[in-house]
Write a new protein. Structure first.
Length: 308
């Protein structure tokens, strides 16, 4: 009898282990073509550093979340920006010719276009998302460039404003991946992890500042957008890719899974910064999601836990 119990326990352990490894492991590198995962290589705030390193990662899609061309010199004109767009497009074209990724997704950042720009430039070798969506192997990916952090730069909308709230309301309810140039308050910014009550307090503060009845605290400069956090908490996408705050580099798991792959900064003139958690230079961050049909199968057999 004891022998039968030990055998049953052993088999149960191995069944759970195999299901975990095959279906649910979050860091598998083989998220390439033909696997059960859809892998994303994410980068942002590169300021041109991507031209100097090898970007051959075994992932399905490349996601650039803003500020990917070199910092514009004083007096940069339309011709300078056009030349940089052609350079980026040619680099992406080289990746496409080598079939490194099946998908290239770009969300422009506040330093990628001249101030006041309302129509983001298009690229031939990437899908540019601006209040729009695309599909990656059945996953809905939504992207937008709005940011409430830097007045005077592109894509700026004031914190707490109705215009900004309307911009976040355009995020589809069924989005699987959301790519924004600004992080949600309390995740991927400089403010530290925020509780649900702190998010609601920040929403009220920003609304009061927007209607002129109060001023934002000085610490507001260090935080992402509270309205965005509230909207994402409602949508609950499986992954959020963001940028704008190099200090927020890294990944965060929880109610929202957030990747901030900010590799560089404007001040560092496009040189990679160091990972705050190690001595290594920062690189793109990887994240893989179960393919939609695989999620359905896993949920159907009631696997005890699913980690993405």
């Amino acid at each position: 009898m004891n022998s039968l119990r030990r055998t049953t326990t052993f088999l149960t352990f191995w069944i759970v282990f195999v299901l975990f490894r095959l279906c649910c492991h979050p860091h598998r590198e083989n998220a390439a073509k033909g696997s059960n995962h859809v892998g994303f290589a994410c980068a942002a705030e590169t300021y041109g550093v991507q031209y100097n390193i090898d970007w051959t990662f075994k992932q399905r899609a490349l996601v650039l979340a803003g500020d990917v061309i070199p910092a514009a010199p004083p007096g940069a004109d339309a011709a300078w920006y056009a030349a940089e767009y052609r350079r980026l497009d040619a680099w992406l074209g080289g990746l496409r010719a080598r079939k490194v990724y099946a998908y290239h997704i770009v969300v422009w950042g506040s330093d990628d276009v001249p101030p006041g720009t309302t129509t983001p430039p298009r690229l031939e070798n990437a899908t540019v998302l601006f209040d729009s969506s695309c599909e990656v192997d059945g996953l809905t990916v939504y992207g937008t460039s709005w940011q409430p952090v830097h007045p005077g730069r592109a894509f700026y909308l004031p914190r707490g404003s109705r215009e900004l709230e309307a911009a976040w309301a355009r995020i589809p309810d069924r989005a699987d991946v959301v790519v924004t140039h600004t992080p949600p308050f309390g995740i991927g910014d400089r403010s530290g992890r925020a509780s649900e009550d702190e998010v609601q307090d920040a929403v009220r503060e920003e609304a009061a500042a927007a209607n002129g009845s109060a001023q934002l605290p000085d610490a507001a400069e260090d935080r992402g957008c509270a309205l965005l956090h509230r909207r994402l908490d409602s949508v609950r996408p499986r992954l959020v890719v963001t940028s704008l705050f190099p200090d927020g580099y890294g990944t965060t798991r929880g109610r929202l899974n957030v990747v901030n792959p900010s590799m560089s900064s404007r001040a560092s003139a496009g040189r990679p910064l160091r990972d705050p958690h190690s001595r290594a230079l920062r690189g793109p961050l990887m994240w893989s999601l179960l393919a939609p049909e695989r999620v359905a199968k896993v949920r159907g057999v009631q696997v005890p836990f699913v980690i993405e």
